[in-house]
Design a protein around this ligand. Structure first.
Ligand SMILES: Nc1nc2c(ncn2[C@@H]2O[C@H](COP(=O)(O)OP(=O)(O)OP(=O)(O)O)[C@@H](O)[C@H]2O)c(=O)[nH]1
Ligand SMILES: [Mg+2]
Length: 166
């Protein structure tokens, strides 16, 4: 037993309907239908947030306060969305490890490149994973990255998988 293993807790943020709750279930291996998130929802190692918290700057304070409790922040961008709800460089204001996630890669209207560009603007530093809660693309990579507690360890993981880092 290694006692230097840190415990991960991740806050998941992104626009209304971007797929946060569905992804939360996929990461936790739960086969539940997601219902609209109304409030902060603590599920195992994940803190699921309502999309309103990201879309309305009035709620940024709540996100900032909640971020104090976590080790990682998962930034969710819907691959089919025509816009981003993240202000530029938003991740730089939160001193926690960021993981960018493009969700709904399976969607007929998905444009993964556009979504990655949106995320890179919000999150200048850190890994970006392309994922789908339906096909399970990217789910293992997200879990592996969330188990790492420094940028260097996340980069090592990406390198071991032959994935280019940021
Ligand atoms: N095609 C596709 N649809 C998805 C995927 N993930 C979620 N969805 C759909 O997107 C819609 C919104 O999903 P939610 O997980 O409830 O979104 P949310 O970000 O939690 O939304 P709020 O709680 O309102 O902030 C639902 O109809 C899901 O079925 C995915 O990977 N692929
Ligand atoms: Mg939700």
């Amino acid at each position: 037993m290694r006692d230097n293993v840190k415990k991960t807790r991740a806050m998941i943020i992104g626009a209304i309907g971007s797929g946060k709750s569905t992804l939360t279930n996929a990461l936790l291996g739960k086969d539940e239908n997601s219902v609209k998130t109304q409030t902060l929802n603590y599920k195992d190692w994940i803190v699921d947030t309502p999309g309103e918290y990201m879309e309305n700057p009035m709620y940024y304070k709540s996100l900032m306060a909640t971020s104090l409790e976590v080790t990682h922040v998962l930034f969710i961008q819907d691959a089919s969305a025509l816009k981003s709800s993240f202000p530029p460089q938003f991740s730089m204001g939160i001193p926690k490890l960021p993981i960018g996630i493009v969700t709904k890669s399976d969607h007929p209207q998905a444009d993964v490149e556009r979504a990655r560009n949106f995320l890179r603007r919000a999150m200048p530093k850190g890994p970006i994973v392309t994922a789908s809660s339906f096909t399970k693309e990217g789910i293992e990579d997200i879990k592996e990255l969330a188990a790492r507690h420094s940028f260097a360890d996340m980069e090592d993981y990406l390198q071991s998988k032959g994935i280019e880092s940021w």
